[in-house]
Design a protein around this ligand. Structure first.
Ligand SMILES: *Cc1c(COP(=O)(O)O)cnc(C)c1O
Length: 391
């Protein structure tokens, strides 16, 4: 099939929920993808931060195929040692105490929201159920995580949204202190707003939020769906802020390309969710867990994390001398580029035409390359970007 045929067929049968780039990707290796005509692209997106180890990594493929050949699914009515292994590793890496496994970022966030409300209900009774999130945040596409998402453009069409969210301006400590009230049970934040334009929170704001939460027995919940799993140069981004979250949510890069999400909670919350209060059919699926186990065995090692930081610095350095680059933001291999000409969407589309996959977020260019991308692929990709940026 040609690209045009694929495109026309899609238009006939699929809901038009995505504004897609004009290519159909069919295979890949490392940080290089191939389209239906056999054309190659350097991939600075890893499927929006999902393919942590790139396309078809040898160890990852081995782990996944072995598991597919062993047992592909069991119901959560039965014990699964593989789920426990993944959970144990996540706890060891974070100091958290318990894990709920699910299939996506939105689901991990739904679990966090339920934990916050039940913790508060169990301890304080009804009426203390409000969750503070940040303006410009993104927490998912379910009706409740859309409500949690602090952007008016997402609060449309699907009324009524879930009640009980209020929004604080990121990095505005005064706004935080005036918005908090007696019915707040949790503060739920991304440390670097991803979809919001690769916007890091300031240390002062995060410290203020952590202090407020401690004083008032408000849960500090961190959405690490995009920042997590070594993306920002530490296993989770919260480590760089020196805080102790009560809840962490994770997904995207966790399975290296298979759908798995996780909601982690600390010891204080270990017994909040009881039998029958939450569940999922697919969550903790054995093949997804085998994939996550492989990812976790690789990306959390100190040498691996050092490489993520080095590659991030290398890319940032090269970007800073490119035409049309106004500002470079982010940490590790989560990188946002503000362009002089405010033409990120145009640049991203042109990059595809020239053999480079790159993301946007708001009016920024956004890079989320595979964590193990080679310097050769980085250089190839940056050369394409530089050429596109200079015209
Ligand atoms: C992508 C994202 C989500 C939603 O994850 P899905 O797997 O698409 O449900 C939630 N929070 C953040 C910060 C994200 O980047």
């Amino acid at each position: 099939m040609t690209f045009e045929e694929i495109k026309n067929d899609e238009q006939g049968y699929m809901m038009h929920t995505y504004g897609r780039f004009q290519t159909a990707l069919v295979s890949g290796k490392g940080a290089t993808a191939k389209d239906v005509s056999g054309r190659e692209y350097i991939d600075f997106t890893s499927g929006i931060g999902v393919n942590s180890l790139g396309y078809c990594d040898e160890g990852w493929v081995k782990a996944v195929t072995l598991q597919a050949n062993t047992i592909q699914h069991i119901s959560n009515l039965y014990y699964s040692p593989l789920q426990t292994e993944v959970s144990k590793k996540l706890c060891a890496l974070t100091g958290m105490d318990k894990v709920f496994l699910c299939n996506s970022g939105a689901e991990a966030n739904e679990c966090a929201i339920k934990i916050a409300r039940k913790y508060s209900f169990d301890k304080y009774g009804q009426g203390r159920q409000k969750i503070l999130t940040l303006k410009n945040s993104f927490h998912g596409r379910t009706v409740t995580t859309l409500a949690a998402t602090g952007q008016d453009v997402f609060h449309n069409f699907f009324f009524p949204f879930t009640e009980g969210f209020d929004y604080v301006t990121a990095n505005d400590i005064d706004d935080l202190n005036t918005t908090v009230c007696d019915d707040v049970c949790a503060v739920f934040i991304e440390l670097i707003q991803g979809e919001g334009g690769v916007m890091p929170l300031t240390q002062e704001f995060v410290d203020a939020a952590a202090k407020l939460c401690k004083e008032k027995d408000i849960l500090l919940m961190i959405d690490e769906v995009q920042t997590g799993v070594s993306r920002t140069g530490t296993f989770y981004c919260f480590e760089q802020y020196g805080i102790e979250p009560d809840v962490i949510t994770s997904a995207k890069g966790l399975g290296g390309g298979l759908p798995i999400g996780a909601c982690l909670c600390n010891k204080k919350l270990a017994d909040v969710m009881t039998a029958g209060t939450h569940g999922t059919t697919f969550g903790g699926n054995p093949i997804a867990c085998a994939a996550a186990k492989e990812v976790l065995s690789r990306v959390a090692a100190k040498e691996f994390l050092d490489e993520v930081c080095k590659k991030g610095d290398y890319i940032r350095e090269k970007l800073s001398s490119m035409a049309n680059v106004k500002e470079v933001r982010g940490k590790g291999l989560m990188i946002g580029i503000v362009t002089e000409k405010d033409n990120a969407k145009e640049i991203a589309a042109k990059c595809v035409e020239n053999g480079l996959l790159i993301l946007t977020a708001k009016n920024l260019l956004r890079l989320l390359p595979p964590l193990n991308i080679s310097y050769e692929e980085i250089d190839k990709g940056l050369t394409i970007l530089e050429n596109v940026m200079s015209v």
